[in-house]
Design a protein around this ligand. Sequence first.
Ligand SMILES: [Zn+2]
Length: 296
Amino acid sequence: MKKIIWILALFLGTLLSRADSVPVDWGSVIDTLPDPRAFHEVTTIWEAYGDYIQRIEIRDSDVAFLVGKTWIFYREGRLLSERNLHNSHRYDSLFSEYDRTGPVEKLTRGRRLPRSRDLLHAMFGRTESQVREHCVTFTFLNHEVNVNRLAAYALRQVEREIYAAASSDPEVRAFIQDLSVIYSFHRKNVKGSRTLSFHSYGLALDLIPGSYSGLHANWMWSRTYMRYWYRIPMEQRWSPPLAVMNAFKRHGFIWGGDWIRFDCVHFEYRPEIAFTRSSLAAPDWMAGATSSFLIK
Ligand SMILES: [Zn+2]
């Protein structure tokens, strides 16, 4: 019965668009994965990054994606290359989420496992010059940005929606006018870690306003003078207008303001998360009423 449900999901899902281009033995994939959530994650990866995936096969009793010359193994959402398989316990799933209503204090103290960059390295290379070849420069909200082609089309759609919202929403117009800088491609680590930030792949944007109006915008700044920075209520945190946030979220971006370690100017192209949420999470997520937090 379970198998029948999965096969139905396969045909009803978003897979058909790629079904002709990559031959995949979906029966074997279904037999290999432990549950429908894993199957959904695998198909979401394929949907989000399928242009870079040449094959999907069962290898080492796991689902593996061939990206360039590198096999990337699913490993319960960790997406690891062969050389990191023996260290899989040191990585978090790309899909893992943390509930905001949970024990927040514990989460802020706990050691954070990094998310592997193996898939990104297989797609775009490891060095700055290799990644740069995958980036394009264009104007976004009157600022020049350098963005990975993978996210460029989505970002164009985001801009279109923001301008459409601006025509009737003075808050959005004021936000666009007040934008002082937009940081895009920029080689750097995630703060406090040795993991490369999504800015390093041209897959993140920081929308810096002229003024934060005295509100909290980044957990690291607030932490310097507030012990319980993670309890700062949302109304005391800076955020872009709701229409701007929703435009980003609708097109595959997640917002850093949703993280417990909040970074309210930061948007990151994570279609695997955005697509998973939009189909599995509560329907009010799209309205910005999220109850889930992500830890960077
Ligand atoms: Zn950022």
